[in-house]
Design a protein around this ligand. Structure first.
Ligand code: BGC
Length: 556
């Protein structure tokens, strides 16, 4: 594997709307990110990914872009963006933007022109098809619920939107449009960006061989994932995008790509892959409150372990995966993986560490480093996201009561991760002087950055220690490139692995049980690199781990 500049990435995702407001409008902004660059440097990260801040009507919180070249005034100006790139650079931090090119906003000039004149060249920038009699062209269900087609005025034509109807899908079959997109990507990269996180990229290619399928839900529609995710021919677009933009800039690119067939992983993340690495969600989709896992936390841990190790195995020999647990589309990992009664510093630091020392690069999501939690709502009206409402209505359609549907969205909805960042215990958690666009979680008096910064035993301090360890000069390469060898797979509730690299051996053991566990030790423990308890009990060829103890140690 060729060595690349970004291989030592410890990334940090920012949801700008909720990070730090500096002008009192209740919405986070670029100045707010600049204000906290020193804090982020102090944490030890070296890459920031910003969720979209381009001009947008915000139907999907910025994932509906109406002008790719302008920063939305709610976040600041293009000049401030340049300042952020420069200021971050001074601190050894590269900035990634979000690249959303599967779709635009319906307010984008191209779409407006396409609607105004269906015979103009702009109509071919989008996917527009004749209806099937009085029905849409087919019965695809949009990812956010409802038909994926929207009728155009009083014509019998429809445009495709895999997400909300405010996000019409772009027609990647159009070579002219592709060139326009590449030019735009290059303009941003020329400005000094480190690269991009690339949104919904597995959907660029659509396979219209699909004719109506039997409905698979009470809405009369059918899921058609196979026809618009990783569809045959997607590689042509991804390859061209890479060759014409990312590759000449030596950019760090992280594709949001799920369900890549293991045998194709090399095409995605290999030395010559379409992307540097990918965010794959297969290990994040657990919830201790789900029917499936409730009362079976150990089975859930076993399944998690299998998925993590399988991924390590697939990626070996190809490239590096991105190790993460949280982002703006998930609820908080603490809530997903740890039963309520067991949430404590020990379980939280253990959870943080499980992913952290695997082979690959690391990404954190804002607030994860201080253990921010989900904010349960009492009414559906307290939520703001279209996806939440669509899910809620879908549950009602399936026959759930309002209480049941609310409980379900309260458990799983992505908005939980979007509450404002909790900086201190003062007004609005220090996020804004104005009225926050989304309610601050009232637990901010207890859980906040400032308090944890002063406490060397806090979760924040533990994250700093983990990052410092991954960057330790004599171990950095072992953590990035070393092989991952699962250990203690016969033990319930244990996620343990060894990292081996050029004669070095490091053992990471995580006891996900609430109770003490005794493990036979076949090796001699060397330097203890990190331990979330004060002591490690070793003796008589055994190691005894307390509930939720996690230890990273050298092996002799
Ligand atoms: C983004 C979501 C967004 C969707 C549509 C996703 O992958 O992460 O937040 O709603 O794409 O752009």
């Amino acid at each position: 594997m060729l060595k690349k500049w970004w291989h030592n990435t410890i990334g940090y995702q920012i949801y700008p709307k909720s990070f730090q407001d500096t002008n009192g409008d209740g919405i986070g902004d670029i100045r707010g990110v600049i204000r906290h660059l020193d804090d982020l440097q102090d944490l030890g990260i070296n890459v920031i990914w910003l969720c979209p801040i381009y001009k947008s009507p915000m139907v999907d919180h910025g994932y509906d872009i109406s002008d790719y070249d302008r920063i939305d005034p709610m976040f600041g100006t293009n000049e401030e963006m340049e300042e952020l790139i420069l200021e971050a650079d001074k601190r050894g931090i590269k900035i990634l933007m979000d690249l959303v090119v599967n779709h635009t906003s319906d307010q984008h000039e191209w779409f407006q022109k396409a609607m105004a004149d269906p015979d103009s060249e702009y109509a071919d920038y989008y996917i527009i098809k004749e209806g099937d009699g009085n029905n849409p062209p087919n019965n695809w269900r949009s990812i956010f619920g409802g038909s994926a087609w929207e009728k155009i005025g009083d014509t019998n034509k429809y445009y495709l939107h895999l997400f909300t109807k405010g996000q019409p899908d772009l027609n990647w079959e159009n070579p002219k449009l592709r060139e326009i997109i590449y030019d735009m990507v290059n303009r941003w990269l020329d400005m000094g960006l480190g690269g991009f996180r690339i949104d919904a990229i597995s959907h660029l290619k659509k396979n219209f061989a699909y004719v109506n399928q039997p409905a698979d839900g009470p809405d009369g529609l059918a899921s058609a994932w196979d026809y618009f995710r990783n569809a045959k021919g997607l590689n042509v677009f991804l390859n061209e995008l890479n060759e014409k933009t990312f590759k000449p800039h030596n950019a760090l690119t992280i594709g949001e790509v799920d369900d890549v067939r293991p045998e194709e992983l090399g095409e995605f993340i290999g030395d010559d892959g379409y992307f540097s690495t990918i965010f794959d969600f297969c290990h994040t989709q657990f919830h201790v409150k789900d029917k499936e896992w409730k009362d079976r936390p150990l089975e859930m841990i076993r399944e998690l372990r299998e998925r993590l190790f399988a991924k390590q195995d697939y990626a070996k020999g190809h490239g590096l995966m991105c190790n993460f647990t949280d982002n703006h589309d998930t609820s908080r990992s603490v809530e997903r993986f740890i039963p309520e009664a067991y949430i404590s510093f020990y379980s939280e630091s253990l959870l943080a560490s499980v992913n952290f020392f695997l082979r690959g690069i690391v990404f954190l999501y804002q607030g994860q480093e201080i253990g921010m939690r989900d904010y349960q709502k009492k009414s559906i009206n307290e939520f703001l996201d279209l996806a939440t409402f669509n899910n809620y209505n879908g549950y009602l359609l399936k026959g759930m009561t309002e209480e049941e549907a609310l409980e379900k969205v309260n458990n799983e909805c992505r908005e939980h991760s979007r509450t404002p960042m909790q900086w201190n215990d003062r007004k609005n958690a220090g996020f804004t002087e104005g009225t926050p666009w989304f309610e601050v979680n009232p637990n901010y008096r207890r859980i906040n950055y400032e308090t944890q910064k002063k406490d060397e035993n806090s979760l924040l301090s533990y994250y700093k220690k983990m990052i410092a360890l991954r960057k330790r000069e004599d171990l950095e390469e072992a953590f990035i490139y070393g092989d991952t060898i699962p250990r203690y797979e016969d033990q319930d509730g244990i996620i343990a692995y060894e990292r081996r690299y050029e004669g070095k051996r490091i053992l990471a053991i995580h006891n996900c049980n609430a109770r003490e566990i005794r493990l036979p030790l076949g090796d001699e423990i060397g330097e203890i690199l990190l331990n979330n308890y004060e002591k490690l009990n070793v003796g008589d060829g055994n190691v005894v781990l307390s509930g939720f103890q996690s230890v990273i140690t050298k092996l002799i």
